[in-house]
Design a protein around this ligand. Sequence first.
Ligand SMILES: CCCCCCCCCC(=O)SCCNC(=O)CCNC(=O)[C@H](O)C(C)(C)COP(=O)(O)OP(=O)(O)OC[C@H]1O[C@@H](n2cnc3c(N)ncnc32)[C@H](O)[C@@H]1OP(=O)(O)O
Length: 268
Amino acid sequence: MLGQIARRRLGLLLLLHGQQRLSNGLNGVSFNQLLSKETHRHTQSSFNTSSPISTMSLWPFSFQPRDFSLPNSSWSPEMCKAYDHYNALCDTDTENGEEKKRAPWKKLPSYNRSIKYATGGIHLSKLIQAKARLFTRNVKEQGATFEYVVFVNKEEKSCVCVFQAGRLLEGAPGHVHGGAIATMIDTVTGSLAGYLSGPIMTANLNLDYRNPMPLGSVVLIHSALDRIEGRKTFITCKVTSTDESKLYTEATALFVSISVGHLFGSRN
Ligand SMILES: CCCCCCCCCC(=O)SCCNC(=O)CCNC(=O)[C@H](O)C(C)(C)COP(=O)(O)OP(=O)(O)OC[C@H]1O[C@@H](n2cnc3c(N)ncnc32)[C@H](O)[C@@H]1OP(=O)(O)O
């Protein structure tokens, strides 16, 4: 019974996902400001654990899921610089004469469960497969695996991901595993396809590895919409060094729009 209710609610929530989209941009906040906010947040939460009951929240869940794509101390100077560059291009809500001008760039938040993007999803994530975690966000040690942040440009229907590859992603000695690179390409192209087309699944992913990527590298993953044909969203992708002088990987991806029932085995 609980399963049925959860399934029905999940259906509604995933439908909302396409409309609500990933819109918690960080408005012109620099890396250093964020890092100090993060430190502050941790200080606050340890303070809260020891605060008297009367000052504690009675609601057992926080309303805002943790955004894993915010700067942390594992980020290299190159990662911070690239983050600051794209973050500075994001929506600032600044006054331009009498009108508010909105920048085309937006930073997407990144949670450790897909379900958390939906309204109320943070609560449902504790009920539905509570121990499941997004593949790219399942290692607690910061900097060990996938450190990344995605910025979308809604006018150009494109996005850029700044990705720092951690030491646990080794494939060939000293270099990043091809599967880890494919994972990031699937994640970034999939985020763009989902942003543009709502609920989707990867149907096809084609990769050409052009140069080995050293562990610890910071790279840019550029993705752009090629075309939409009915339920099919075609995305192109290339992975480069941050100065774009070196090409690591090229890819094309096809995403097919799905109904919520598809995740539960229904093809209707
Ligand atoms: C939110 C945090 C960010 C996370 C983003 C992460 C993104 C990661 C997403 C994933 O990794 S999803 C996991 C990997 N993917 C899968 O497990 C999908 C498995 N495959 C399926 O479930 C189905 O085959 C699929 C949904 C892809 C399609 O099944 P459908 O029954 O819905 O569609 P159908 O087979 O009728 O195909 C629809 C259209 O797509 C075309 N198509 C389907 N698969 C294709 C394929 N592999 N290659 C080329 N075309 C394909 C198909 O020919 C047809 O074209 P037309 O409309 O022109 O006739």
